[in-house]
Each structure stands twice: as structure tokens, then as C-alpha cells.
Design a binder for this molecule. Structure first.
Ligand code: FMN
Length: 382
């Protein structure tokens, strides 16, 4: 009788105990044995952004997890994005006054509580019914910037309405081959109160080949124009009064071109490794701009993203010259809990940044510069 009970309970245990392949993410002791596959784990189990990804993997269908998680081809760039930060050392200066801390900054002149923002990512509705609404409201409550994707589940107007009174948001846009669609969307963004437009320039006409997600869905036509270049984008600025920021700059030459064309900012990004596999990481690109076209950092604001999962990763990009740092996948994964999950993600990340700044002797985020990083382990690109 006793052995029957034992067998039955072991059987039951096997049915519910979850082990999740951590995909090589840092092992910080996450214990998923009390989780049930397909069921949202308690937010109390979550201590960092990698835990959030594992929770999303536990809850989302394989198809939707793959659609968020995927990189292009062999995912070399996706992995490089995650790994590059381990090659940068942080110079912590001891015994400096860090009794009063400031993490707030301005982005294009607007005030935000943190130098990190929620990057544009398509189809938040796959994680939660509230879709982009919870990203907008969480960002608003935390005082950080949210930049919804033009390929969102909700419309431009619905996302604007989900924000708090007076909340500043920017919007992302693609250059569609159908120009009147672009014009219509730009005027709707302006009317809905968005303050700037990040125009994505790294997947002209075509998307990356994302093997991981193609196993579930066909790669479809992007509808993006293939005949567009940075000069044409500069001319585009006559069509809207909103500031335009090219997103997806991967070379110092393009960064310099954008400076010469008079853009107010650029967004250094390899699109989370989802476009050109083999593209360099933002750390390498920022170092390359610094070496070959340092005037870019004085002449315009520079934003950057890719693989940012720890407050220390953001500190590295800020020290290399970024004014603000984007998070792509983590907020999308955190949205499995809706607004509460996204707020938890923001809190955890802000705490890591704040603590690490204190440990480095940095009391104001705008003090971060190259004296705080040692990049000797990184081989320069050119
Ligand atoms: C699911 C998903 C959808 C995305 N959709 C867009 C998009 O519509 N427009 C865009 O410019 N970038 C898009 N991106 C790229 C992000 O803006 C950002 O550059 C990238 O995710 C940063 O890397 P990270 O995910 O490692 O933080 C998307 C990224 C993900 C993960």
C-alpha cells in the first residue's frame, strides 16, 4: 500500500515538476521545480530578467516564445549581444560620496526617471490580452520612456490612450513601400501625442531569416520599401514635424552620415540579433564610433540596445557614450503578468543599475564615461 502511494505521488510529481532548459543563461539558482508548465509562476519567484525569460518560456506556447526569443540564422549576434558584457570590466572607484543618487536623465529634451527605455517590439498581444497597454502604463508609472512598435497588437491611438496623463512616449515606424501608409501613420502619431519617431533602417525591404520562429510560421513579406536610404530618410523629415531618429545604426560610417544629415539622435542596434546574423554588438559599434567618428557623441544623442539584461550592461553602454539604453525582449516576456510584471522588471533592473553605480562611486548617471570601463578584452572591429 505504502509503495503504491509512493509510486502514485512520484507519478504526480513528474507530471507537474518543471525543468526548463536555461539556454546557457547565467545560473543564479532559479528553482522551477514548484512551477507547473503553462501556468504563470508567482512574481515572488522572480529575481532578475533571466528569471522572467524562463517564466515566459514556461507559460507561452512554443510558437509565441520562439517568435519573441528568435534571432536570425545561427543566432551568433543574438548570443554575442548577451556575451559581450562579460568582456567589459567596470572600474569602481572606492570611497566616493554616493549618499545622494541621480538616475534621471533627458531623452530628446524630455525628462525620464531612468536612462533605460522599453524598445519597440511587435505583437505584445501574444504574451497578454492587455498587449501594449500594460507596457505603456507600466512605463508611465515608472516614469520611463516607452516606444511602441508600428507592428503592435494595439493601434497607435489605443496605445496613446493607455498612457498616463502627460506621459511622454515616442513611436517606432517603418518605411513601407506604400508611402501614403507612412504619411498616414506619421500624422496619426502626431495627433495621438507621440513626441518623436524612431524609424527603423536596418531591415530595408526584408527581414532576417529567423529559423527558430520559421519552424512555426512562414516568414512573410515585410511590406518595407527596399529602395530607401539615409538621404531619402533625411528628406522625409519635411513630412512631419516630429523629430526622426534612425534606429538600427551598425557602423561608424552610417553614424557619421546621420550626424552630417542633421538627425537629432541615432539608435545603435542590431535589432536584437534578428536581422543580420554576424552584425556587431552595440558595445563594439559604440567603440568603433568612438575611434573613427567621436564627434558623433557631441553632435547628437546616441541610444543603444541589444542583450541588455543587467543594470551593469546598461552602465557599460552608457559609459561608452549612449545617452539611453533600450530593452527589447525582457519587457515583452515580463508582460505575461501584465502591468505588474513589467513594473517588477523595471524595478529589478533599476535596482541593479542603482546599486552598481553606487559600488562604482558614481552618484549621477550622466557622469558615466569611458573612465569607468576597461574594454581591453575586446578586439577592435577595424
Ligand atoms: C519580439 C520582438 C519584436 C521586435 N519588433 C521590432 C519592431 O517592430 N521594430 C523595431 O524597430 N524593432 C523591433 N525589435 C527589436 C527591438 O526594438 C530591439 O532592438 C531588440 O529587441 C533589442 O535587443 P534585446 O531583445 O536583446 O533587448 C523587436 C524585437 C523583438 C524581440
Amino acid at each position: 500500500m505504502l509503495s503504491l502511494v509512493l509510486i502514485l505521488s512520484l507519478h504526480l510529481w513528474n507530471a507537474i515538476a518543471v525543468t526548463i532548459d536555461m539556454e546557457g543563461l547565467p545560473d543564479t539558482g532559479l528553482d522551477t521545480s514548484s512551477w507547473t508548465q503553462g501556468i504563470l509562476p508567482p512574481l515572488d519567484d522572480i529575481y532578475d530578467l533571466n528569471d522572467i525569460q524562463m517564466a515566459a518560456k514556461n507559460v507561452l506556447s512554443a510558437k509565441y516564445y520562439a517568435s519573441y526569443r528568435t534571432g536570425a540564422l545561427n543566432e551568433y549576434t543574438y548570443q554575442a549581444n548577451l556575451g559581450i558584457y562579460s568582456k567589459v570590466r567596470l572600474n569602481g572607484f572606492s570611497f566616493r560620496d554616493v549618499s545622494s543618487m541621480k538616475t534621471s536623465t533627458t531623452i530628446l529634451g524630455y525628462n525620464f526617471s531612468q536612462p533605460f527605455f522599453i524598445a519597440p517590439a511587435a505583437e505584445a498581444g501574444h504574451a497578454n490580452k492587455s498587449a501594449e497597454a500594460s507596457l505603456a502604463s507600466a512605463a508611465g508609472k515608472a516614469g520611463i520612456l516607452y516606444v511602441p512598435s508600428i507592428s503592435s497588437t494595439l493601434s497607435i491611438e489605443e496605445i496613446a490612450a493607455a498612457g498616463l496623463n502627460g506621459q511622454v512616449m515616442f513611436h517606432q515606424e517603418y518605411i513601407w513601400s506604400n508611402k501614403s501608409k507612412v504619411l498616414d501613420e506619421l500624422s496619426r502619431m502626431k495627433a495621438a501625442g507621440f513626441k518623436a519617431v524612431f524609424v527603423t533602417v536596418d531591415n530595408t525591404g526584408i527581414n532576417g531569416i529567423r529559423t527558430r520562429s520559421m519552424r512555426y510560421t512562414d516568414g512573410s513579406d515585410t511590406g518595407h520599401a527596399a529602395n530607401f536610404d539615409l538621404n531619402a530618410l533625411a528628406a522625409f523629415r519635411n513630412l512631419t514635424t516630429l523629430p526622426i531618429v534612425p534606429k538600427g545604426i551598425k557602423t561608424w560610417q552610417d553614424a557619421l552620415t546621420c550626424l552630417k544629415l542633421g538627425f537629432p539622435a541615432i539608435y545603435v542596434s542590431n535589432h536584437g540579433g534578428r536581422i543580420l546574423d554576424g552584425a556587431p554588438t552595440s558595445v563594439e559599434i559604440l567603440m568603433d564610433i568612438r575611434k573613427n567618428a567621436a564627434e558623433v557623441f557631441n553632435g547628437m544623442e546616441v541610444y543603444a540596445d541589444g542583450g541588455v539584461r543587467r543594470g551593469t550592461d546598461a552602465i557599460i553602454l552608457l559609459a561608452l557614450g549612449a545617452r539611453a539604453v533600450g530593452l527589447g525582449r525582457p519587457p515583452m516576456f515580463a508582460n505575461i503578468w501584465g502591468e505588474a510584471g513589467v513594473m517588477r522588471m523595471i524595478d529589478l533592473f533599476a535596482q541593479e543599475m542603482y546599486t552598481s553605480m553606487q559600488l562604482m562611486g558614481v552618484s549621477n548617471v550622466n557622469q558615466l564615461n569611458t573612465s569607468y570601463v576597461n574594454t581591453n578584452q575586446i578586439v577592435p572591429l577595424s
